[in-house]
Design a protein around this ligand. Structure first.
Ligand code: NDP
Length: 288
């Protein structure tokens, strides 16, 4: 409180509220990442993690925005529901049919965006110097994460993308959705024998249970690299597979997590945090 011109005045510091909704979400690193971004960029915000099931989703989002919330991240299993909830969508969200970022607009409508693909491409190309142009890329998995990454990867003009999935039909259908944007085909794991790829991206959730899709010998080209969207304190089963198969780089998805968060932060706050130090900090905090 102060006293200007003989009148009482108050300086109100408004804290904007953000959150990640998902299930399970209690181990999410997103609250920590966004609090660091807020400190780095001088923004005043609070970011929480809320366990929200698919059944609770619509009511929980409506309440969150009605109570003054400004933006949400949505993770497993809510990205498709978030896509349906959004009043307006960015082009990349429209293509993905999955939304990981909701942002309240000044007119009260809710914008849906998908920052996953941008986060992955930034981590691959900027942070790790992996060129995606004119190479052959294999994406394992045809779930929500795959949906978000295909178009941004196609924008880098690879030679081909093959999507392989346990349920073959899902891979074929997903590839058909994107074939107008570039050379992308779908198949089952059994169809991979005898083929090789310069970059293999694991977008299955197999790593979360320490499992590995069935991958034939010779699948990774000489000097090829591997990238697992999943991450953990220890190398995932797929990161270890990459090392055993002499990958030039065998990486997990921590960098993507930070980069997709930075893009969401930009959508909400109009400020882009510098990510390198945040990735280094989170890497240093991994338990041995
Ligand atoms: P979904 O549940 O939508 O899809 C899961 C996919 O994994 C499906 O294609 C499924 O095949 C496949 N799958 C599951 N278990 C196995 C298994 N044992 N063997 C082979 N395939 C399997 O999950 P998401 O797409 O949303 O997430 C996938 C992964 O990406 C998760 O590990 C998630 O944590 C990670 N992720 C990381 C991000 C980051 O920023 N680093 C961002 C987004 C996701 P089927 O269709 O046959 O069931």
């Amino acid at each position: 409180m102060g006293n200007l011109d003989g009148k009482e005045s108050a300086i109100m510091i408004i804290t904007d509220h953000y959150a990640v909704f998902g299930q399970p979400v209690k181990h999410s690193k997103s609250p920590r990442i966004h609090q660091i971004f807020a400190q780095l960029t001088g923004q005043n915000l609070q970011y929480d993690a809320w366990e929200v099931s698919a059944e609770q989703f619509t009511g929980a989002v409506t309440d969150f925005f009605a109570e003054g919330g400004k933006g949400l991240n949505c993770t497993v299993p809510l990205k498709e529901l978030a896509w349906r909830y959004a009043d307006i969508k960015t082009e990349r969200a429209q293509l993905a049919k999955a939304v990981n970022t909701l942002a309240l607009q000044p007119d009260g409508s809710v914008l849906g965006d998908n920052t996953d693909g941008c986060g992955l491409v930034t981590d691959l190309t900027v942070n790790h110097g992996i060129n995606l142009t004119d190479i052959n890329i294999l994406i394992l998995g045809a779930g929500g994460a795959s949906r978000g990454i295909i178009a941004p990867i196609l924008d880098q003009s690879p030679n081909t993308i093959v999507i392989a999935n346990r349920t073959t039909e899902k891979a074929i259908n997903l590839a058909e959705e994107f074939e107008h944007k570039g050379a992308v085909t779908g198949c089952g794991f059994g169809d991979l024998a005898g083929r090789s790829f310069d970059l293999i991206i694991n977008a299955t959730s197999a790593s979360l249970s320490e499992q590995l899709p069935p991958l034939p010998e010779g699948l990774l080209a000489v000097n090829g690299s591997c990238y697992d969207l999943a991450y953990g304190n220890q190398p995932t089963a797929f990161v270890r597979w990459g090392m055993e198969n002499h990958a030039l780089l065998s990486l997990d998805g921590l960098g993507m997590l930070v980069e997709q968060a930075a893009e969401a932060f930009f959508v909400w706050r109009g400020v882009r945090p510098v990510t390198q130090g945040v990735i280094e900090l989170l890497n240093s905090e991994r338990q041995p």
